[in-house]
Design a protein around this ligand. Structure first.
Ligand code: URA
Length: 236
């Protein structure tokens, strides 16, 4: 494990700025092994050091992985001047400075969204090369036919000529379908159904890789992923 500066460790774990963390150290509010330390630049292994800030122990995690059941009407972004974003919905106790959603769901799409501050993980999770599957339930304005299932499996070409990789389309009700894709093109599912003349009235993401949308999350709620859940996302 890489050694990190004390002020950086405090700032990351308690979601405070680096300058506030530095002042906390200077003013004796940080202890190491029970002893006050006053050097914010000291380098430590955060996983093995007994650091406390205002009496609260640091449980060091380099990155955070949050699963949200995204509600309708919220933007998949970190911040926006006018509109509410998914990061605005993250409770203070899980907030970190650089949180962002892994890929985007449309404003009117609901369901499984991962929020993190780990750029490498996000890159792998959404890279089409990694073929991480994403499954959605779509409520449509018409019925899915066998020809559509075949066409989606062969790979649909969107109206603008963009070719999509093979997708698995399954009927789950008269006008409801389950669709699994391994890419994340802009409005991909709505555009794929558009090619076959179907409109999407409702779209909900129910899985990301091997991770299912947790049943304990109502729309708008989120929580940290367990390490077991995290391991399900990308096939190693
Ligand atoms: N495809 C869409 O059309 N919208 C989403 O939000 C996700 C996939």
């Amino acid at each position: 494990m890489k050694l990190e500066r004390l002020d950086k460790i405090i700032s990351l774990q308690f979601n405070i700025s680096r300058s506030v963390a530095r002042k906390a150290v200077f003013s004796g509010r940080v202890t190491l092994g029970g002893q006050v330390v006053r050097d914010p630049s000291m380098r430590l292994n955060p996983e093995e050091s007994d650091i406390c800030y205002e009496g609260q122990a640091v449980e060091y995690k380099k990155y955070i992985y949050i699963v949200m059941n995204k509600p309708k009407g919220v933007l998949s972004a970190s911040n926006d001047k006018r509109r509410e974003t998914v990061v605005d919905l993250v409770p203070e106790r899980l907030k970190r400075n650089n949180l962002f959603p892994v890929g985007r769901l449309d404003r009117d799409t609901t369901g499984l969204l991962i929020i993190t501050d780990d750029g490498d993980f996000a890159h792998n999770a959404i890279s089409p090369k990694k073929k991480v599957s994403k499954t959605y339930i779509a409520e449509l304005d018409g019925a899915v036919t066998d020809d559509m299932i075949k066409l989606f499996a062969e790979g649909v070409t969107l109206a603008d000529g963009t070719a999509c990789a093979s997708a698995k389309l399954e009927r789950v009700g008269e006008t409801e379908a389950k669709i699994t894709i391994t890419e994340g093109k802009y409005h991909q599912i709505k555009r794929m159904f558009g090619v076959v003349g179907l409109g999407v009235n409702n779209l909900r993401r129910v899985s990301f890789g091997g991770l299912q949308l947790p049943e304990d999350l109502d729309e708008g709620e989120c929580r940290e992923l367990t390490s077991e859940e995290f391991a399900l996302i990308i096939d190693k």
